[in-house]
Design a protein around this ligand. Structure first.
Ligand SMILES: [Zn+2]
Length: 262
């Protein structure tokens, strides 16, 4: 039996005309990790803007060449997937527990991670940037009938150049990274969605235990650079008392509205 021919075309990241891999919006290992914790139901829970989906559907498409797939994997994915919440524990949060926070009160805290051994902020940020960019560069199919995408407008190409190490992190972007403080973590992953567009755009996604927020536009308040994991000298990680509860409420709300559940 002959194998189906591999897609060929310009790689969305480097632009070279090469054989293309089946690239994923969220790393394939995220699905494996979620699935491993649902032995009774092999399909992981995945959240998008309009649906909570328990699905074996993996969002992939011919997008990147082998070299750029490796660039994403080595640049961020490998480290992040080894340090997010897994069946064996939550290495990133366990490491934070041994570091004195810059600020802590009533269940909220912020840590300065620029100099913390074993916390690789560059890889955490690169991973986040790569997922936001992947979501912007094409429309992805979440289920056989639903799609997802975000619109970064003129900033999409700036983010692409950052991912190629040809430019610094875009000036009109700020990236905030929050660590879950729940004793029992929400066992879901969410694709990037538009959270707000009041003056500037705010996008978010999460993988088990870690939420990423990207603020985009010329009207981002100046103080946002202080919370940015790329721009602040502190390279902060956040834990916010109410944020996990709000996430759960949103999840329940989507379920309650009877959206797609497959
Ligand atoms: Zn490429």
């Amino acid at each position: 039996m002959s194998k189906s021919p591999r897609a060929h075309g310009p790689c969305a990241l480097c632009g070279f005309d090469r054989p293309l891999c089946q690239s994923h919006l969220l790393p394939k290992a995220t699905y494996k990790s979620l699935r491993a914790r649902h032995p009774g139901n092999p399909n992981p829970v995945l959240v998008s803007q309009h649906a909570v989906v328990q699905t074996s559907w993996q969002m992939h498409a011919p997008l990147l060449c082998e070299e750029c797939e490796t660039r994403f994997r080595v640049g961020g994915e490998d480290w992040v997937l080894a340090n997010c919440w897994r069946a064996a524990g939550f290495p990133l949060r366990e490491r934070l527990a041994s570091v004195a926070p810059l600020y802590a009160k009533d269940g909220s805290a912020v840590w300065a991670c620029a100099e913390v051994p074993d916390i690789n902020m560059d890889k955490l940020c690169y991973f986040a940037a790569s997922v936001f960019w992947r979501s912007a560069v094409k429309t992805w199919r979440v289920t056989p009938t639903a799609t997802t995408s975000i619109d970064l407008g003129p900033y999409e190409d700036q983010l692409r150049n950052f991912l190629l190490a040809m430019a610094p992190f875009p000036d009109k972007m700020a990236l905030a990274i929050r660590i879950s403080n729940l004793a029992r973590l929400i066992d879901t992953a969410a694709v990037p969605v538009l959270e707000s567009k009041a003056g500037f755009h705010e996008y978010g996604f999460h993988i088990p235990g870690i939420e990423f927020r990207l603020f985009v536009g010329s009207k981002i308040p100046a103080e946002y650079s202080e919370l940015c994991a790329m721009k602040s000298d502190h390279r902060p990680l956040w834990m916010l008392k109410r944020a996990d509860i709000e996430s759960i409420k949103q999840l329940v709300d989507i379920y309650g509205r009877g959206k797609t559940l497959q």
